[in-house]
Design a protein around this ligand. Structure first.
Ligand SMILES: [Zn+2]
Length: 259
């Protein structure tokens, strides 16, 4: 059922001082407006960054069978401190949409990515852009939204997400999928395990049962729903108990060749 609703992005730390900074160097490409500082590594690498992001944009839309042409405002920071001072968070990357309203079309008030880009960390690629370009499907639970973003990235710290998941499977460190359906539990998880795990699980769902089923489950599960409702939705769409789905995924990992 279609409904009119607003989802506020819960980011109390968010600051907009980056908008006051006057000396951004601005470079446009078909789907992006890049902002970076003069003499930064981002400036030196801007051609490569444009290629990576334009390819990511196309890949995300192609995979999700969605259309979009909105430009993403992409901010590249050369240090954590600088990023924190200007936008409020010192993490590697953030997607900012702030608020989306669904009437006939989706209208995010912002459509921005903020990334760290220096000699140590180059946070580019599809992850954050996936959070923005998937907004027409709604805002799903972390299991699916972070899983989809990692599925698009394919790699986590240089290695394929399935390689990580397989390693954690052997070490008995994977979280139960049901535990990851509950968003509150994400405060307690180790990101090094949870991110590649959900990426691998989403890849398994999409490759095994198809993108349309995944889009359906993504649209219907929600951060506003309680755990029981979200589990029910998953079990109706993939029709099997979540433990069974998890077991098939673990089997798929066990038999996956190293590559
Ligand atoms: Zn993310």
């Amino acid at each position: 059922m279609k409904q009119d609703f607003t989802i506020k992005q819960n980011i109390p730390w968010f600051k907009t001082d980056y908008q006051k900074k006057r000396n951004w160097t601005v470079r446009k490409s078909p789907h992006y407006v890049f902002h970076y500082s003069k003499n930064s590594l981002a400036e030196k690498d801007i051609k490569k960054i444009i290629t990576v992001q334009e390819q990511s944009y196309k890949k995300i839309l192609r995979t999700l069978k969605l259309k979009d042409k909105r430009k993403i405002n992409y901010y590249l920071y050369s240090s954590r401190k600088n990023k924190q001072n200007l936008m409020g968070d010192d993490g590697h990357g953030n997607a900012i949409w702030l608020e989306i309203k669904k009437r006939k079309v989706w209208v995010p008030k912002k459509f921005e990515v903020h990334s760290l880009y220096n000699n140590k960390i180059q946070c580019i690629g599809p992850h954050e852009d996936t959070h923005l370009l998937s907004l027409p499907l709604g805002v799903s639970i972390f299991l699916f939204s972070e899983g989809l973003a990692e599925f698009m990235d394919e790699r986590w710290y240089g290695k394929d997400i399935d390689i990580w998941a397989k390693k954690y499977l052997k070490e008995n460190k994977l979280y139960p999928i049901e535990f990851l359906v509950e968003n509150k539990n994400w405060d307690k998880v180790n990101d090094m395990i949870a991110y590649p795990q959900v990426g691998s699980f989403v890849r398994f769902l999409i490759n095994t049962y198809g993108i349309e089923k995944f889009k359906k489950v993504y649209r219907r599960t929600s951060r506003q729903k309680i755990l029981k409702e979200n589990i029910e939705i998953i079990e109706i769409i993939y029709p099997r108990p979540i433990e069974k789905l998890e077991k098939i995924w673990r089997e798929y990992l066990r038999h996956k060749n190293r590559n």
